[in-house]
Design a protein around this ligand. Structure first.
Ligand SMILES: Cc1cc2nc3c(=O)[nH]c(=O)nc-3n(C[C@H](O)[C@H](O)[C@H](O)COP(=O)(O)O)c2cc1C
Length: 209
């Protein structure tokens, strides 16, 4: 049974990242009939920012369960269940919105989802695909109108730290530049979804036919 974890970040009802992330999840559900969907809406239920109790629980080096880590445990359990993760997020001030950063602070946890070794940090989660639909009002650094993009390298690095190395980005750019730019961004994103191997039903092995 396939489990899809859908994480949506934007608080806007007319959000483009929500729209495309939802379409990606629908395509995955179509490709994997009977799949389970875990809907983690960070705008409706923002994870708390780390407080003193959370810091103490992390820094205590104790493996005893702590109520301060309940939210962290729940978010990690959802990630562990997922075979594929879909994230729909805006770019805010060149990087991830603070609600997504708070979620990351709960799931990227020393001795739980990664360990620190002499060779660097090692992820403890099983690798699985992560598809990120990222919306920005402007364009990022590969165009003349570009702006710095700390979102994609950051998400790649931090998800890699916990063992998730198959991160794919669908960029919805120039969304503040009028209806034509919006239409272009949506058309490009949908064409990428159509071409993606993950949007098709896996071939049935010959011996199962
Ligand atoms: C607080 C804030 C910061 C933003 N920072 C950026 C930015 O750094 N670069 C950019 O291109 N757009 C920026 N935007 C615009 C959003 O990325 C854009 O409106 C996007 O479409 C929002 O995502 P959504 O359509 O999924 O709601 C920002 C918007 C807000 C509200």
């Amino acid at each position: 049974m396939t489990t899809i974890l859908l994480i949506r970040v934007s608080p806007r009802t007319a959000s483009f990242s929500r729209l495309i992330a939802t379409e990606i999840a629908e395509r995955l559900l179509h490709a994997h009939p009977g799949a389970d969907l875990i809907d983690r809406d960070l705008a409706k239920e923002p994870p708390p920012h780390p407080d003193a109790a959370f810091y103490d629980a992390i820094l205590s080096r104790s493996d005893a369960p702590s109520p301060a880590l309940d939210c962290s445990e729940q978010m990690i359990a959802e990630l562990e269940q997922a075979d594929v993760v879909v994230i729909g997020t805006p770019m805010n001030n060149f990087t991830v919105p603070s609600t997504l950063k708070a979620w990351l602070d709960h799931v990227v946890r020393i001795r739980r989802t990664f360990v620190s070794t002499a060779e660097g940090k090692k992820g403890l989660l099983r690798d699985r695909p992560v598809i990120v639909a990222m919306a920005s009002g402007g364009y990022v650094n590969d165009t003349p109108l570009g702006q710095p993009d700390f979102l994609t390298p950051y998400l790649r690095a931090i998800l890699g730290c916990i063992g998730l190395n198959q991160v794919e980005f669908l960029r919805l750019e120039g969304l503040a530049r009028g209806p034509e730019a919006v239409e272009r961004a949506l058309t490009q994103a949908r064409a990428t979804i159509d071409r993606a191997a993950w949007s098709r039903r896996p071939a049935v092995a010959a011996d199962k036919v």
